[in-house]
Design a protein around this ligand. Structure first.
Ligand code: BJW
Ligand code: ZN
Length: 260
């Protein structure tokens, strides 16, 4: 249940955000695990998160993989299996529609997510900063390939060189794919409006894009259940579920501005 004051605040925030989006020449969007929560995928941090009761260093670093690849693969086999049954939610779909409305030259979707749901929803200009769960990469020869929707052996190996395969995911202490990162930094430097959705905004360099957007004078809109380090003064903060807020925002953007 919404408190009436919260409802009024959200309505006012939505109007402001819609005005910014209508006026925007170039929009960049940064998404995180929260945008997929309503599809049934767990977020990382917080209660019920993927990392609750699990030390991040034990599963999401190159060192963890060297020490115990089977343990790391178990974590990823479970995540890959979960993908088989998930579908994009209204939040993903609203972002895809926004791209169609603004046109690909005016819209860049930067995601930290590895679930592929933005593309499944129809978004085309998607920059995946942290890789993709459906791909594997050979630790021997570097060969990357799509291996979706299939059971991999517990410890999969490369057909070419017999090297061990790993998920094509960016772990802590690893650099982001350079071309993807540069495209994201460029889209951010060129945007006049930056929309942040469902991320705790604590993982760098991704979270640094929000600061970079502010530095070039872009308006920042944040959709999240709660405040984050990205919620600086001047941020248009829309509190609630992205699967509910994004469709409402899209609807307002499509309407002519209300008088007054
Ligand atoms: C909803 C919702 C709903 C829920 N609607 N909202 C100190 C300072 C600065 C940097 C560092 C530092 N110490 C170390 C670093 C570097 C490190 C880092 O940033 N660490 C910080 C945590 C401190 N970064 C790195 O290591 C990066 N690489 C790097 O820096 O390279 C340079 C370098 C190389 C070599 C030597 C030296 C330097 C790489 C980072 C890669 C991160 N990858 C991960 C794991 C992938 C593995 C996997 O998927 O299994 O990517 S981390 C994990 O966090 C994952 C996510 O993409 C990422 C971000 O999480 P996200 O998406 O924000 O999720 P949550 O769960 O945190 O938040 C969900 C949010 O949604 C919450 O706010 C909810 O409220 C909200 N929400 N439901 C709307 N329905
Ligand atoms: Zn190989």
């Amino acid at each position: 249940m919404h408190h009436p004051v919260d409802t009024a605040e959200l309505d006012a925030g939505l109007e402001r955000a819609a005005g910014l989006l209508r006026a925007a020449e170039r929009l960049a969007v940064l998404t995180g695990a929260g945008v997929s929560a309503e599809s049934g995928l767990a977020t990382f941090r917080g209660a019920g998160g993927l990392w609750e009761g699990q030390r991040v260093e034990d599963v999401a670093t190159p060192r963890a993989f060297r020490r115990d690849p089977a343990l790391v693969w178990r974590f990823y086999h479970a995540r890959r299996a979960a993908l088989a049954s998930v579908r994009p939610n209204p939040g993903h779909l609203a972002l895809a529609e926004l791209e169609r409305r603004l046109g690909p030259e005016h819209f860049t979707l930067i995601t930290q997510n590895v679930d592929g749901l933005h593309r499944a929803a129809g978004s085309e200009h998607v920059l995946e900063l942290h890789g993709n769960l459906r791909r594997v990469r050979c630790t021997g020869c570097g060969h990357v390939e799509e291996r979706p929707d299939e059971d991999l052996p517990d410890l999969p190996h490369c057909d070419d060189c017999r090297g061990m395969l790993r998920p094509d995911i960016v772990w802590f202490h690893e650099v982001l794919p350079e071309d993807v990162w540069e495209a994201a930094a460029l889209a951010t430097a060129q945007c006049d409006c930056f929309l942040v959705v469902g991320t705790s905004a604590v993982v760098y360099p991704a979270a640094g894009l929000i600061d970079a957007a502010r530095a070039v004078g872009a308006a920042v809109i944040e959709i999240n259940l709660e405040a984050t380090p990205a919620t600086l003064p001047g941020t248009v903060a829309l509190r609630g579920k992205s699967g509910e807020i994004l469709p409402r925002l899209l609807e307002l953007v499509e309407q002519p501005p209300s008088p007054g």
